[in-house]
Design a protein around this ligand. Structure first.
Ligand code: GUN
Length: 308
């Protein structure tokens, strides 16, 4: 069997094009939606994510406010810096603090003070998480929300099916499990202390891997015909490892030879392609959906503010 490729870029484009009339309607009422992004330090991956978020905002006509802060500030200094920009932050409909923060920063203190529920575009805070647990409408964490959109738009049934989520992070695993539960799946969450990960995963009709370890999920974890969603985005630099993973994809190996690295998800690509009925490729599966949902959440928060 060769699984259907679930094309995250196509779904991203659909989501973004549906946002355009909503943005125009807000603008017609004199409210251009605005997203504020706080970026602390110079983590290269965070810089790329933030650049992509700002680019997507610009392309849609969402105003963006970028606050870049040196990585050596203390929590008190960062707090002081953001307090001095309260008007600027207050003019935004949506605020996010890019994670991870440098280790000396108390992220909870910062987000508690500067990102209240009404501006929580990531859906990470206690108000948004309360709304999620209670299944009340409110912006959800972007990656799990994007996965639900992907499943819905591909017509993949969830109700009554067995879903297994690998990973229990606050950002992906836990909200993902709750969203699948609210869609009436029977849900299992696996984590580093799960006794027999492969046996649990093999029960899944829908398997979501959000573990953060390159190709950890192999053929022994996948029930033939399962839908496999790979949230992982890991860079492999070891040549032997790259060759083991992509022996069946010479183009990926050519690119490894040129650049010295290759991206792989949390699922072994060959196992996923050969055993699943449908799967998200890495890259081009889940990744593009996260930013689309960030834009959708920004618009939703702006509409909410307009109505208040
Ligand atoms: N770092 C990696 N992903 C995310 C995200 O979705 N939101 C924020 N704020 N930081 C991140």
């Amino acid at each position: 069997m060769s699984g259907l490729v679930l094309d995250g870029k196509r779904i991203r484009d659909e989501i973004l094009s549906e946002l355009r009339p909503r943005i125009e309607a807000l603008k017609a009422k004199g409210r251009t939606p605005a997203l504020a992004v706080v970026l602390v330090g110079d983590d290269p991956a965070s810089h790329i994510y933030v650049r992509n978020k700002l680019k997507a905002s610009e392309e849609l006509g969402i105003r963006s406010i970028e606050l870049r802060v040196p990585g050596d500030l203390s929590t008190a200094q960062l707090s002081e810096y953001l307090s001095a920009r309260k008007d600027e932050l207050g003019s935004a409909d949506a605020i996010l603090v890019q994670m991870p923060l440098p280790p000396q920063i108390d992220g909870e203190a910062i987000t508690t003070r500067f990102v209240d529920g009404a501006h929580d575009v990531d859906g990470f805070g206690p108000f948004s998480l309360g709304q999620l647990v209670l299944n009340r409408p409110w912006p959800r964490a972007c990656t799990p929300a994007g996965i639900m959109e992907l499943l819905r738009r591909y017509g993949i049934a969830i109700a009554g099916r067995k879903a297994v989520v690998g990973g229990r992070s606050d950002i992906v695993g836990k909200p993902m499990a709750l969203l699948l539960l609210h869609a009436n799946a029977t849900v299992t969450i696996c984590h580093s202390r799960t006794t027999d990960l492969a046996a649990e995963c093999r029960t899944a009709d829908i398997l979501v891997a959000a573990i953060g370890r390159p190709a950890m999920i192999g053929p022994e974890h996948i029930k033939p015909g399962a839908v496999v969603i790979d949230v992982g985005m890991n860079r492999v630099i070891d040549k032997a490892h790259a060759h083991r993973l992509f022996a069946h994809q010479p183009k990926r190996l050519e690119s490894f030879e040129k650049t010295g690295s290759v991206l792989v998800g949390d699922v072994d690509p060959r196992a996923m392609e050969e055993l699943s009925s449908a799967y998200t490729p890495v890259p081009g599966g889940v990744g593009p959906l996260t930013i689309a949902m960030l834009m959708a959440n920004t618009v939703t928060l702006a509409e909410h503010r307009q109505e208040c």
